[in-house]
Design a protein around this ligand. Structure first.
Ligand code: NDP
Length: 290
């Protein structure tokens, strides 16, 4: 077959999984990492260990970056600017949309193109079915390298604006982190009453599995910008969340997360939304941070 080569820069848990997957799929893989010893195991599996960033970039037209954040990209590429011309940099480090846009402009200044990517699976998901990553950047560049990128995960191309992959990534992260912390809050309360995480598990799952029905119900209303109080009223929701916060206080626990939720409900009440749905809180969320 034709020669398939790829460079992987950054060998944390994610970069290691990526380089290993490319090797298994028959790619010639060149790796570089700040801490060079992290390349040893991959080298034993057949990866080429570049000694410098320049060497890593020169090896292939495509370099995949898997780093803690975009600042790490500058730390690595600033000393190798002369090797960037004509290269495609696929940055699979997660960061903000603004950071991705700045990076695209910075790379363009050296004749390189950025494809930004946001990986939605842990390292164990790389190369396995059901994995997915958001991509954004020039469509022609994405299409030209889609086959290589699909070795890692299925791809979801979101558009030309390099910030879009990070925007979709952060949209998923805000739901993931706040949901997972709400789960931890519930377990903390259960534990305070002698109920184990294991005993509570079935109830947590049932609750979370009911959420798709709620978001499907409210989506057309959000789309229309309408918040009728026909099935739920903010005044009812406020009382409900007050009960949640009081239950935490009665147990002597930190109510941080439900207290933040209650703060939003109270601002909605102050704005006169008592008879509207709790979805009217989105109007408060859309206001600039005071
Ligand atoms: P790590 O934070 O463990 O990756 C660290 C990598 O970044 C290492 O190669 C490290 O080098 C390098 N690095 C950090 N700072 C610098 C610097 N200043 N100069 C040079 N190199 C630097 O992350 P993961 O491997 O876990 O993940 C990589 C990316 O993938 C992250 O953006 C993460 O958000 C994203 N991601 C991770 C998931 C996961 O479950 N792990 C899931 C989905 C996305 P060194 O070895 O020398 O320290």
């Amino acid at each position: 077959g034709h020669h398939k080569g790829v460079t992987v820069i950054g060998l944390g848990p994610m970069g290691q999984a990526m380089a290993g997957t490319f090797l298994k799929q028959g790619y010639e893989v060149t790796v570089w990492n700040r801490t060079l010893s992290k390349a040893d195991e991959l080298a034993a599996q057949g990866a080429l260990k570049a000694l410098t960033v320049e060497e890593a970039l020169a090896a292939n037209p495509l370099a995949i970056l898997s780093l803690t954040d975009y600042d790490a990209m500058y730390a690595i590429l600033e000393s190798a600017q002369g090797s960037l011309h004509g290269k495609v940099i696929v940055n699979l480090s997660s960061d903000t949309p603004a950071k991705a846009r700045q990076a695209a402009a910075w790379l363009a200044g050296y004749g390189a193109v950025l494809l930004a990517g946001g990986v939605q699976v842990p390292p164990s998901g790389i190369g396995n079915p059901g994995s997915s990553a958001f991509y954004s950047g020039p469509i022609s560049v994405f299409e030209a390298h889609k086959e290589t990128l699909t070795v890692l995960t299925s791809t979801d191309y979101r558009g030309e604006d390099p910030g879009l992959a990070m925007l979709y990534y952060q949209l998923q992260m805000v739901i993931f982190w706040t949901s997972m912390l709400s789960y931890l809050q519930a377990v903390a309360l259960a534990n305070a009453h002698g109920i184990t995480a294991e005993q509570y598990l079935a109830y947590a799952k049932e609750n979370i599995l009911s959420l798709p029905n709620f978001i499907e119900f409210y989506t057309p209303r959000l789309n229309a910008g309408e918040h009728p109080g026909d099935v739920d009223r903010l005044a009812m929701g406020t009382a409900s969340v007050e009960h949640v916060v009081h239950t935490f206080e009665d147990a002597g626990l930190d109510p941080s997360l439900p207290a933040a939720v209650l703060g939003l409900f109270r601002r909605g009440m102050e704005k006169g939304h008592a008879s509207d749905s709790f979805t009217s809180l989105i109007e408060i969320m859309k206001q600039p941070n005071a």
